[in-house]
Write a protein that binds this ligand. Structure first.
Ligand SMILES: [Zn+2]
Length: 134
């Protein structure tokens, strides 16, 4: 449950406190993909290896399919709109939600590979105080 909340709030997968994006507002398109190199609270790298976020495309695909299913049930099944109108509504919704889909696909993907560590912040601070971090 805490992991889900951390994902919704776009927080670090290791400490659930550091922000994964420099600019919290996803509609500032120039800053859309700007992530800090590491979590400022626990030091978790946000880009663990080159090309890491290529896999986030699969998460993005899943989110888009989920959105289509929601539009399909909401507009086609329940409201009975024309299929062409449904596709237009889906396209507009996809455009409007693109910044969220982009960011959440990266957040979910990083959360798939890293688990919560309750001691992450204090361990990082100890290392920082003794000068063990690069
Ligand atoms: Zn962190």
């Amino acid at each position: 449950m805490r992991k889900l909340l951390a994902i919704v709030r776009m927080k670090c997968p290791k400490c659930y406190e550091g922000n994964m994006y420099k600019d919290i507002n996803p509609f500032h398109v120039k800053q859309l993909h700007a992530m800090p190199e590491r979590c400022d609270k626990c030091g978790q790298p946000f880009n663990p290896e080159p090309g890491f976020y290529m896999g986030a495309m699969y998460v993005s695909y899943g989110l888009c399919v989920g959105l289509f299913i929601a539009c399909f049930f909401g507009f086609y099944i329940m409201l009975g709109v024309d299929p062409v109108v449904l596709l237009v509504i889906y396209g507009l919704t996809l455009l409007a939600l693109f910044p969220f889909i982009f960011r959440y696909s990266r957040v979910v993907y990083l959360h798939l590979f890293y688990d919560y560590d309750p001691h992450a912040i204090e361990t990082y601070q100890k290392k920082e105080n003794t000068g063990m971090n690069q």
